[in-house]
Ligand binder design. Sequence first.
Ligand SMILES: [Zn+2]
Length: 140
Amino acid sequence: MSEKNAAVGEEVDFFHPDLFVVPENGEAPYLMGYKCENCGKVWFPKLELCPGCWSDLNQIKLSRQGTLYSYSVIHIGQPGIKTPYVVGYIDFPENVRIYGQLEIEPDKVKTGIPVEVISGVVRTDKVGNPKMISYKFKAI
Ligand SMILES: [Zn+2]
């Protein structure tokens, strides 16, 4: 899925459409997990079968809030991401750990803080215009 960035007249890619939902009715965005029909374990990202017991998985809506398990402050990043920025692993109540970018200042981040899923720019073009939108996390 992509949409036009009206400000610059370029396409902006919506990344991870099978994992991340931004409701068109304006409700808060959320991530999708994949729950095993047999053992109940939740997986992220999407898998075809449960790696634990080879049973089918059902898509579920994950909680919007989790706890920051660990993080890194990136000073030498990939092109299209302004440095420094923060990435981390978030533990969700469904017992699944998810990696992503955090919209938290490097000097304010610490493990154990509560965070929530947001929609944000995860890549820009060479001059700083939004290029890719996906899930991110912010402190709450
Ligand atoms: Zn299973």
